[in-house]
Design a protein around this ligand. Structure first.
Ligand SMILES: [Fe+2]
Length: 633
C-alpha cells in the first residue's frame, strides 16, 4: 500500500514537472538559432488544438510585452507604411529600444530595413487566406535572415498566435501554439475553424520574445446568407526587378473583403541588368533558391501591408514554377524541370496562406478550389499550369490543328469535371472563374492573317468552348472570368463563337494589368494594330502596368475599377482609377463603360458605402480604409 502511494506521488510530481517545463519552453523558446524545442507532438500546419494550452496556462506563459500590445488602428489605417513604422506599432516589442524609423523605401537591394534586432524573426510579415464562413488560414514564417534560407537552426520552434475580435486585442477569441519546422522553412499555417461568419478578426504571432506585426482578416459570410454587397481586388505578375509596388500600397488602404492573386507572385529567372531594383542571385533550381526568392519578394513593405490588411486567395502561374514549363518536353531538361517544379510547389506553399489541402505531396498538390461569398458570389479558382497538356507553341503563331483538338487541356480532366460540375449547379448570383491567362480570343493578325497566343486559352480552343457551352446550356447566372498574365488591361465579352460577332454573348472577362511586370513594346504594338476589326468583343485595352482591379458586387451589378499607378519606379506614386466598367445582372457581358479617365481611386459606389456603414453599426469590424487617404496625399 505504501509502495502504491509512493508511485502515485512520484507520478503526480512528474506530471507537475513536465507541465511546468512545457510552460517554460513556450515562454523561453524562440527564434534564436540555438533554441531547442521540447514540443514534438504537432505536425506542421495543423491548428494548435493538439497542444493548445488553454486560456489559463497560456496566460501564465504570456509575457508582459505580449500583453502590452497596443492598438492596431494606426496600422490598419495606413497599411502602406514602411515596415519600420509597422514595427513601431508593436508596442512592447520595441520597449526600451530606439528605432530610427524611416518613411522611405530603403533602396533597391535588401536588406536595409530597420528591425528591433537582427534576430527579429517576422521580417516576412503576416498573412491570412482562403476564408470560409467558419474560419481562415493565418500565416507567417520565421526568417531572421530571409535571403539565406531564413537563418533558423534546424530545429522545431514553438510559435504562439492570438486571434482577437477587436484591433486592440482586448477580447482574445482564440489562441494557441504551433510548431514551425525546418522541413517547411519554419513557415506557420494556422487553419482556424469555429469562427463567426462575415466578420473581421485581428491576429498576431509570437516567437521567443518577438511579436509579429498585426494582421486583419475577415471570414466569409454563411453559405446561404443574403449578402447585399462585397468588394474584392485581383492582381497578378509582380516582377521584383521591374519596379516597386505602389498598387499594393494603395490596395492595403482599401476597404476590401478579399484579394485574389492570379499568378506570377515571383519570377524565377536569373537577375537582369538595367532594372529598377535588383533581385537575389541565380536562376532558380533548388528548394533553397525558391525559398530565397519568395523571401525576397515578401520583404517588400507594401506587399506585406496588403497581406496584413486583407485575406488573400492565391493561385500560381508559369513564373512561379519553372521556365514557363517549356523544358518539360525537352529530353535533356525533363528531370531538372520536374525537380524544380516539385520544389517550387513546396516553396510556394510555404510562403502563402494556403490550407493543408494545398500542401504538396511530392509532385502532387491541389491548388484549384472554391471560395464562396454567401448567396452573392462563388469563385472557382483554377490551376491552369500543373495539369495542362503542353501547348503547341509558347509564342504567337497561326493556330495549328493541334490547338483545336479535344484532348488539349489547360486544367486536366479532373479539374475540368470539377469546374463543369460547379458551373452546372450554381447557387450564387455571380459565378466567377478566377484564373491565369486571358480566356477571350485575341486574333493578333492585322488583316486576313491569323495569329494567336497559343500558351493561353487561344491554344486550347476546344476546352474553352466546352466551358463556355456549359455555362450557356446550364444557364449559369452571371458568369464573369477574372484573369492576369497579360501585363496589360483588357475588358471583353466572352462569345459563343469569337469569330462570329453576332453569336450570343455568354459572359464578361476582366484581365488585370500587372502589379509591376513589363509587356514588351513590340507586343503592345501588335495588340494595338489587331484590335477593332478582328476582335470586336474586346471592349477596352490599356497598356499601363502597375495596377490591379477592384470589384464591387451587389445582386444587381458588378462594377470593376481599373486602378493603375502613375509610375512603378516610385514607391509612393499615386494610384488612379483609369476606367470603370459595369456588368448588369441578367445581361451577360460588359454592359458599357463607366469611363472615368483621370479620376483618383478615392470614389466608391453608393452600395459599398452603405454596406460599410451597416457593418460599423453591427459592430462587425472597422474598415482599414475608413480614414485612408490617397498615397500621393
Ligand atoms: Fe506575368
Amino acid at each position: 500500500m505504501r509502495a502504491r502511494s509512493l508511485v502515485i506521488a512520484l507520478t503526480a510530481l512528474l506530471v507537475l514537472l513536465l507541465s511546468s517545463f512545457a510552460a517554460h519552453a513556450l515562454t523561453q523558446a524562440g527564434a534564436q538559432k540555438n533554441t531547442e524545442s521540447r514540443v514534438t507532438a504537432v505536425i506542421h500546419g495543423k491548428l494548435a488544438a493538439p497542444i493548445e494550452l488553454g486560456v489559463a496556462s497560456f496566460a501564465k506563459a504570456t509575457t508582459d510585452s505580449w500583453n502590452q500590445h497596443k492598438s492596431r488602428r494606426d496600422f490598419l489605417r495606413t497599411g502602406g507604411m514602411s515596415l519600420a513604422a509597422l514595427l513601431l506599432c508593436t508596442g512592447g516589442l520595441l520597449k526600451g529600444r530606439s528605432l530610427s524609423a524611416t518613411a522611405d523605401y530603403p533602396g533597391p537591394t535588401y536588406p536595409s530595413m530597420q528591425y528591433p534586432s537582427p534576430d527579429y524573426p517576422f521580417k516576412l510579415g503576416v498573412a491570412s487566406g482562403d476564408p470560409a464562413p467558419d474560419g481562415v488560414v493565418l500565416w507567417t514564417r520565421l526568417a531572421p535572415d530571409p535571403l539565406h534560407e531564413g537563418g533558423m537552426a534546424q530545429q522545431h520552434v514553438p510559435v504562439r498566435w492570438e486571434l482577437s475580435s477587436d484591433e486592440n486585442f482586448s477580447t482574445i477569441v482564440r489562441r494557441g501554439a504551433v510548431l514551425a519546422t525546418p522541413e517547411f522553412a519554419h513557415a506557420v499555417h494556422v487553419e482556424l475553424e469555429g469562427l463567426e461568419p462575415g466578420r473581421f478578426y485581428w491576429y498576431r504571432f509570437k516567437a521567443g520574445s518577438y511579436i509579429s506585426p498585426v494582421g486583419r482578416t475577415k471570414t466569409a459570410p454563411a453559405f446561404d446568407s443574403q449578402v447585399e454587397s462585397m468588394s474584392f481586388a485581383f492582381a497578378s505578375c509582380q516582377n521584383w526587378e521591374a519596379g516597386y509596388y505602389p498598387a499594393y500600397r494603395w490596395m492595403a488602404q482599401q476597404d476590401l473583403d478579399l484579394v485574389f492573386h492570379l499568378g506570377d507572385y515571383i519570377y524565377q529567372w536569373a537577375p537582369m541588368s538595367g532594372v529598377v531594383r535588383h533581385c537575389n542571385d541565380g536562376g532558380l533550381k533548388t528548394l533553397s533558391d525558391y525559398r530565397n526568392r519568395h523571401a525576397l519578394y515578401k520583404t517588400d513593405p507594401d506587399l506585406q501591408a496588403a497581406h496584413a490588411a486583407h485575406p488573400w486567395v492565391v493561385t500560381w502561374d508559369n513564373h512561379d514554377g519553372w521556365s514557363n514549363y517549356a523544358t518539360l518536353c525537352e529530353d535533356g531538361q525533363k528531370n531538372a524541370a520536374r525537380y524544380a517544379l516539385r520544389v517550387a510547389y513546396q516553396a510556394y506553399y510555404e510562403h502563402m496562406p494556403l490550407r493543408s489541402l494545398s500542401r504538396p505531396q511530392g509532385p502532387n498538390w491541389r491548388l484549384y478550389r472554391r471560395i464562396n461569398y454567401g448567396n452573392l458570389a462563388s469563385f472557382r479558382v483554377l490551376d491552369t499550369r500543373t495539369y495542362r497538356t503542353l501547348p503547341c507553341s509558347y509564342g504567337t503563331d497561326s493556330r495549328p490543328s493541334a490547338a483545336l483538338e479535344e484532348a488539349c487541356t489547360m486544367t486536366g480532366a479532373e479539374q475540368e469535371r470539377w469546374l463543369l460540375r460547379a458551373l452546372s449547379s450554381p447557387s450564387t448570383r455571380w459565378n466567377v472563374i478566377a484564373q491565369q491567362g486571358m480566356m477571350a480570343q485575341v486574333n493578333q493578325g492585322t488583316g486576313s492573317d491569323e495569329a494567336y497566343n497559343l500558351d493561353a486559352w487561344d491554344g486550347y480552343v476546344a476546352q474553352r468552348k466546352r466551358i463556355l457551352d456549359c455555362v450557356r446550356e446550364c444557364g449559369t447566372p452571371n458568369p464573369v472570368v477574372i484573369s492576369g498574365d497579360m501585363h496589360t488591361s483588357w475588358v471583353s465579352d466572352l462569345k459563343a463563337d469569337f469569330d462570329d460577332p453576332s453569336s450570343p454573348t455568354i459572359g464578361a472577362e476582366f484581365v488585370g494589368t500587372s502589379i509591376s511586370s513589363n509587356c514588351p513594346t513590340s507586343t503592345i504594338e501588335t495588340y494595338k494594330k489587331a484590335l477593332g476589326k478582328n476582335n470586336p468583343h474586346v471592349k477596352y485595352f490599356d497598356t499601363r502596368k502597375g495596377g490591379y482591379v477592384r470589384c464591387e458586387l451587389t445582386p444587381k451589378q458588378w462594377r470593376s475599377d481599373l486602378q493603375v499607378a502613375d509610375s512603378i519606379e516610385d514607391r509612393y506614386s499615386p494610384v488612379r482609377t483609369i476606367a470603370s466598367f459595369a456588368v448588369e445582372a441578367g445581361h451577360p457581358g460588359v454592359q458599357g463603360g463607366l469611363t472615368l479617365q483621370g479620376m483618383t481611386s478615392s470614389g466608391r459606389s453608393q452600395a459599398h458605402r452603405k454596406k460599410h456603414h451597416k457593418e460599423k453599426h453591427h459592430g462587425s469590424g472597422q474598415s482599414a480604409a475608413g480614414g485612408g487617404s490617397h498615397p500621393s496625399g
